[in-house]
Design a protein around this ligand. Structure first.
Ligand code: GDP
Ligand code: MG
Length: 253
């Protein structure tokens, strides 16, 4: 669908979203992709991979979002997803203490997996955003703000948001852009949503030479999660000749 006449991508980043079921991951992702609506009814997630393409100040950016919730009970798969992530969004519900405990252990899992991959000392400065959702249900809080801060420590990037009434969402999306080194216009409120067809026209090399246009973004309608082997290549680098060696080296268990 995306053909070769497009100008080169400036940046391709993957956000990996993790957290317990029903905490609002899908609702947050929808908001990020520019969906104005909010779904009250719970639907287990079926679409776990999304791709949004941006055209901002003459450059093209692609942001992939992997909702890794289906891998909750599959540690090896989850670890691979973690290794492919450039930025992490760990979501819990402020009404559910267990969901907070879950993201604390997920955070440790990310630190461990990433340091094993780079064979370095544990790096606690990874781009991780902790997101406490459902603040509109403040009266039934299961975990207090002070407890959260105490458990996470001072270095953490924490946002308490509501995907329902949009409290703090823009601020969180701004932090996501900053952590990912992306233009601030990737925030849903700062660009115009267009169709993939319009995006392709705007991004063609020919068109690109002309005057700049306002920042815009298009959700890729046919985004599909890459295969297990392409995710492995992404982790180990494109020149990896065989599958068996890298699997052992990065110790995906
Ligand atoms: P996921 O399983 O983590 O992807 O959770 P969903 O996004 O599917 O949301 C689970 C349920 O929580 C749905 O019924 C949503 O309507 C509801 N929900 C999600 N975000 C919020 C929020 O910010 N506030 C409230 N009150 N409900 C929410
Ligand atoms: Mg979901």
């Amino acid at each position: 669908m995306i053909n070769q006449t497009l100008s080169p991508l400036r940046y391709l980043l993957r956000i990996v979203v993790l957290g317990a079921p029903r905490v609002g991951k899908t609702a947050i992702i929808r908001r990020f992709l520019g969906d104005d609506g909010f779904e009250e009814q719970y639907e287990p997630t079926t679409e776990d991979f999304h791709s949004k393409l941006y055209h901002i100040r003459g450059e093209r950016y692609q942001l992939d979002i992997l909702d890794a919730s289906k891998e909750r009970d599959f540690p090896a798969k989850r670890r691979l997803s973690i290794l492919t992530g450039d930025i992490f969004l760990l979501v819990f519900s402020v009404t559910d203490r267990e969901s907070f405990t879950e993201i604390c252990s997920l955070r440790e899992e990310i630190f461990t997996a990433k340091s094993k991959l780079t064979k370095s000392k544990e790096n606690r400065q990874l781009p991780i955003i902790i997101c406490g959702n459902k603040t509109d249900l403040n009266t039934s809080r299961g975990v207090q703000h002070s407890d959260i801060c105490q458990s996470l420590g001072e270095d953490s990037v924490l946002f308490e948001v509501s995907a329902k009434d949009c409290t703090n969402l823009e601020e969180m999306f701004e932090a996501l852009a900053v952590l990912g080194g992306l233009p601030t216009e990737t925030r849903p409120s700062l660009h115009r949503d267009i169709s993939i067809h319009t995006y392709q026209t705007l991004s063609s090399r020919k068109r690109n030479k002309r005057a700049m246009h306002e920042p815009c973004g298009a959700v890729h309608p046919l985004a599909r999660r890459p295969s297990f082997s392409s995710d492995l290549r992404r982790v180990m680098g494109p020149s990896t000749p065989k599958r068996s060696t890298p699997i052992e080296r990065c110790q995906i268990q």
